[in-house]
Design a protein around this ligand. Structure first.
Ligand SMILES: Cc1ncc(COP(=O)(O)O)c(C=O)c1O
Length: 414
């Protein structure tokens, strides 16, 4: 099938299809097939929405049973059996065993809507309007979250002033000690010109920002500042939560507990739209219907989401990530780094970046990968980072095959 219908009728705003200009039709595990029968290995993974692979059989079985039974599919946010089962499973098998205590909010079913909810709530709790966000961050494309997002081209699309946010240095810019000192000095200085924020919103790994992994020490520093100055710590785990970094919540490695934790993308396990805010009970001061929306009760996503959590609880996901992490890191160090000695390789779990410091070079590599049957995206400033983000359950031979394609593409293009 050619792409004429899209070019003729679909809005110019279309995005990823420009990088991967074929018509996709079928997907299973880590393989995606185009309508003309070519197979592609998927190292992009629905931008992180498909941690358990395309059309995961276990999750699909639950969805098919649910649909077959004519159980409720649309419910606004009314009480349903599917919602009760999702909440109970999440609380009893994920939240409680980690010694956490959270209430669950179902915002609209996108990451950006969950960020909007967190911003509103932090502002409501503290009575402050300012928010601290980090240079290089990405938190979404609606006005509130876009005010945090740093990409200047994306911000320009707003067409209005994006305000009530102060961008603070990321630890990789001037070192983590100075990054933390900047915050405390600003908060202590009555002439800083910067209002105390309601929240510090942070990703533990800046993903769109170019795969920058923040150290445990830095994350603990942020937690301590938030506690000392009575600021809410909000972790945006939309892209790197749900096992991506090796633990279900990405903050677990640092031993910090955010006041609000945001999950979306892979929380439904099947690529269905879904998002949740996990809120410490003392901050759950919403009035009824204060963050409403028609699609906050996506029952299919809840059914699939519970099945995905069962996979996580079985231990198979986290163990699998650790094994595959070693495979990726070893390959990148042994076989990729020597090809591009100036490149920086960064990552954790199953999110890795090859920073070639040049957008055109990164584009050439990714384009060649696509020609060779690998779907892979770029991230970071100038899109100079080749971003490796496969499914968490990708068979190891396919993982190696994808990495070999990247190595070949580098050899052929640089
Ligand atoms: C860290 C982070 N926050 C928020 C978002 C926005 O999520 P959505 O695209 O579902 O609105 C994304 C999307 O890539 C993300 O990576």
């Amino acid at each position: 099938m050619d792409t004429t219908v899209f070019e003729r009728y679909e809005s110019e705003v279309r995005s990823y299809c420009r990088t991967f200009p074929v018509v996709f039709d079928y997907a299973k595990g880590s393989i995606v097939r185009s309508s003309d029968g070519k197979d592609y290995l998927d190292f992009f993974n629905g931008a992180g929405a498909l941690n358990y692979g395309h059309n995961n059989d276990f999750i699909k079985g639950r969805l098919l049973d649910y649909l077959q039974s004519d159980a409720i599919v649309h419910s606004l946010d009314m009480f349903t059996v599917a919602k009760a089962e999702f909440i109970e499973y999440l609380e009893e098998h994920i939240i409680a065993p980690r010694g956490l205590d959270y209430k669950v909010q179902f915002p609209g079913p996108t990451g950006t809507n969950a960020v909007e909810a967190a911003l509103k709530l932090a502002r409501k709790v503290t009575g402050r309007s300012n928010i601290f966000a980090l240079n290089g961050c990405f938190h979404g494309m609606t006005l509130g979250s876009l005010a945090l997002t740093c990409d200047l081209e994306k911000r320009a699309g707003a067409g209005v002033a994006l305000h009530d946010v102060t961008h603070i240095p990321a630890p990789y810019q001037f070192g983590e000690d100075l990054a933390l000192k900047f915050i405390t000095d600003t908060l202590d200085d009555c002439h800083s010109g910067i209002e105390k924020p309601a929240a510090i919103v942070i990703e533990t790994v800046q993903a769109e920002g170019g795969i920058h992994v923040f150290s445990n020490r830095y994350l603990q520093g942020i937690r301590n500042i938030c506690t000392k100055y009575e600021i809410l710590m909000v972790i945006d785990d939309i892209q790197v939560g749900c096992g991506r970094t090796g633990s279900f919540f990405s903050f677990e490695r640092a031993g910090v507990i955010p006041d609000i934790e945001i999950l979306s993308k892979s929380i439904s396990g099947y690529g269905l739209p879904f998002a949740i805010d996990l809120i410490k009970p003392e901050f759950d001061i919403w009035k009824p219907a204060e963050h409403n929306g028609t699609f906050r009760g996506n029952q299919l996503a809840m059914v699939a989401g519970k099945a995905a959590l069962e996979l996580v609880v079985s231990g198979a996901i986290e163990d699998g990530v650790h094994e595959r992490e070693t495979l990726v890191e070893t390959f990148l160090t042994k076989h990729i780094k020597p090809l591009v000695p100036d490149a920086e390789i960064r990552g954790i779990g199953l999110i890795w970046g090859i920073d070639v410091h040049d957008g055109a070079k990164a584009k050439a590599i990714c384009d060649r990968c696509f020609e060779k049957g690998l779907i892979i995206e770029r991230a970071g400033r100038k899109d100079a980072v080749v971003k490796i983000m496969p499914s968490l359950v990708i068979p190891k031979d396919q993982l190696t095959q994808g990495l070999e394609i990247i190595a070949e593409a580098i050899k052929e293009t640089l």
